[in-house]
Design a protein around this ligand. Structure first.
Ligand SMILES: [Zn+2]
Ligand SMILES: [Zn+2]
Length: 130
C-alpha cells in the first residue's frame, strides 16, 4: 500500500503547526474580498482536507478563529497573527498554501481561481476561473 502524503506547515512564529494527511483536495486560488482582508494578499491559495485529516501539532495547539460567514471561521495565530486557513462547519479544513513548509508540490498547484474579478487587472496569476 502506498503511504499517504503528509503535508506540514505552520505560522510565522511557529506556535501553530499542522500536519495534514492527503489527498489534498480542491487546490484553488481565491481573490474574494474576504480572503483579501483575511490574508492581506490580493489572492490566497487554498487546499482542502477532511477535518479528521488535520492535526494541530504545535505548542499553541489549534489556531484562534473568527467567524467570517454562516458556514466558516477564519483561523489565525494568536501570537503572530498569521493567516492559516478556514475551519468550516462542514467537516472541512482549508489551509493556505503559503503556510506549508514545502509549497512546490504538484498536488498543490491550483486548478481553479474563484472570484477572479476581485483582483486588480495588473495582478496576473495564470489560473483560469470565474
Ligand atoms: Zn504564530
Ligand atoms: Zn475567498
Amino acid at each position: 500500500m502506498t503511504p499517504k502524503e503528509t503535508y506540514v506547515g505552520g505560522c510565522l512564529c511557529g506556535e501553530i503547526r499542522f500536519e495534514a494527511i492527503g489527498p489534498a483536495l480542491k487546490p484553488h486560488t481565491c481573490s474574494c474580498e474576504m480572503c483579501q482582508r483575511h490574508s492581506g494578499s490580493l489572492t490566497t491559495v487554498w487546499v482542502e482536507f477532511p477535518k479528521d485529516s488535520v492535526s494541530w501539532t504545535g505548542h499553541g495547539g489549534a489556531p484562534l478563529t473568527y467567524r467570517s460567514s454562516q458556514y466558516s471561521q477564519r483561523a489565525f495565530c494568536s501570537v503572530c497573527g498569521s493567516t492559516l486557513g478556514a475551519i468550516d462547519d462542514a467537516p472541512t479544513v482549508a489551509l493556505v498554501v503559503g503556510c506549508f513548509d514545502k509549497t512546490n508540490r504538484k498536488e498543490l498547484i491550483p486548478l481553479a481561481h474563484s472570484y477572479k474579478g476581485g483582483r486588480p487587472k495588473w495582478w496576473s496569476i495564470g489560473v483560469e476561473g470565474e
